[in-house]
Design a protein around this ligand. Structure first.
Ligand code: 5MM
Length: 341
């Protein structure tokens, strides 16, 4: 069995990043609503098959894919296991193991992620199916009231318990504490996001250490430091990159091999531009790459529209976005490359 560090290093291999394709049934329903497509087992399968069979993108730009339980066990329309399609492209299958969020007791506006019960047994099953890594998302909202210290600490604690269980099963934990940019009211400024992201990462690494998690065998999947989606002042690409890198340097130990960002509702091009600008910083102690859901998939989803006749065009759209983000992970993306396309 490959060591945790070896798997983590492969996931952040130069020029590659992670495809987050672990939309729960509720989230995929929201995405399909964009194209007016009913959500069925077959429509979810066909959509994901279109992505996973984008050979150029999957082989060259994607190191691993976060799957749902359904997809990890699922086959394409011709009966080939998705796991085999990913293996053919050299992609590591990953699995979302949290069970979603519930309201925090005694706290307005805050959520706590559930899913620890029975997780040890589930991880054993996923490991036997070949999952090399897992993902758990904790959500930190910024409102007039939130986050509270209890909200941050509780989410950090469950992330650490999840991460320790993953490592025990030989699975690399991807630790995702998401400070929301697109929550309600979403009008906070970038300085507030920086402050909350810093406090959150501090709590997360403190809990990871207490839980005995090997930092060299995990990845962090954080938000970028952004203004809320509805904030009036829009920071420049350079400011987002500068504040995000400074926050990470202050709170993320160098032992962590890589940081793979979520896109969190940014436009496709913003998510790429911010990542590229960050990768132009000198002496970064970790790899900085992508673990995007929407910012890798939206163009492909819209081009596909649920019509089998559009599969090749949708795969081209996906490959383009994956290539742009691959360049960004090397600090080599330029706006002209997107304009040209
Ligand atoms: C793909 O979306 C993931 C699953 O969300 P739900 O369980 O709520 O459906 C999500 O966790 C995702 O992996 C990350 O947040 C990154 O997605 P974005 O779209 O923010 O890059």
């Amino acid at each position: 069995m490959a060591s945790l560090n070896a798997i983590a290093q492969k996931l952040v291999e130069s020029g590659k990043g992670i495809l987050a394709a672990d939309e729960s049934e509720g989230t995929i329903a929201k995405r399909f609503a964009l194209i007016g497509l009913p959500v069925t087992l077959e429509s979810r399968r066909d959509y994901r098959e279109m992505l996973f069979r984008s050979t150029e993108a999957m082989t060259n730009y994607i190191s691993g894919v976060i799957l749902t339980e359904e997809t990890l066990e699922q086959s394409a329309a011709d009966g080939t296991h998705f796991r085999d399609i990913l293996a053919e492209a050299g992609c590591i299958p990953g699995i979302k193991v949290d069970r979603g969020t519930m309201p925090m007791p005694g706290s307005k506006d805050e959520k706590i992620t559930e899913g620890l019960d029975g997780l040890r047994q589930r991880l054993g099953h996923y490991a036997r199916l070949g999952a090399g890594f897992a993902k758990w998302r904790g959500v930190i909202a910024i409102t007039g009231y939130a986050p509270t210290r209890n909200g941050i600490r509780s989410n950090a604690h469950v992330l650490a318990r999840y991460a320790a269980l993953c490592q025990e099963a030989g699975i690399v934990p991807v630790v995702e504490p998401e400070v929301l940019a697109d929550g309600e009211p979403g009008d906070h400024d970038i300085a507030r996001c920086e402050e909350v992201t810093g406090e959150t990462l501090e709590a997360v690494f403190s809990e990871l250490r207490l839980a005995g998690v090997d930092l060299s065998g995990m990845l962090l999947k954080p938000n970028m430091v952004l203004a809320g989606t509805r904030a009036k002042d829009r920071p420049s690409v350079e400011e987002v990159a500068r504040r995000t890198v400074a926050t990470l340097r202050a709170h993320v130990p160098a032992a962590v091999p890589g940081i793979a960002f979520l896109s969190g509702g940014q436009s496709d091009e913003e998510a790429t531009a911010h990542l590229s600008a960050m990768n132009q910083s000198a002496n970064l102690p970790w790899k900085l790459t992508y673990s995007y859901g929407r910012a890798l998939q939206t163009a492909a989803l819209v081009t596909w529209g649920g019509d089998p006749a559009n599969v090749a065009k949708a795969q081209e759209a996906f490959t383009h976005r994956a290539r742009m983000n691959s360049l960004a992970s090397l600090g080599q993306w330029r706006p002209e490359l997107d304009l040209a396309a």
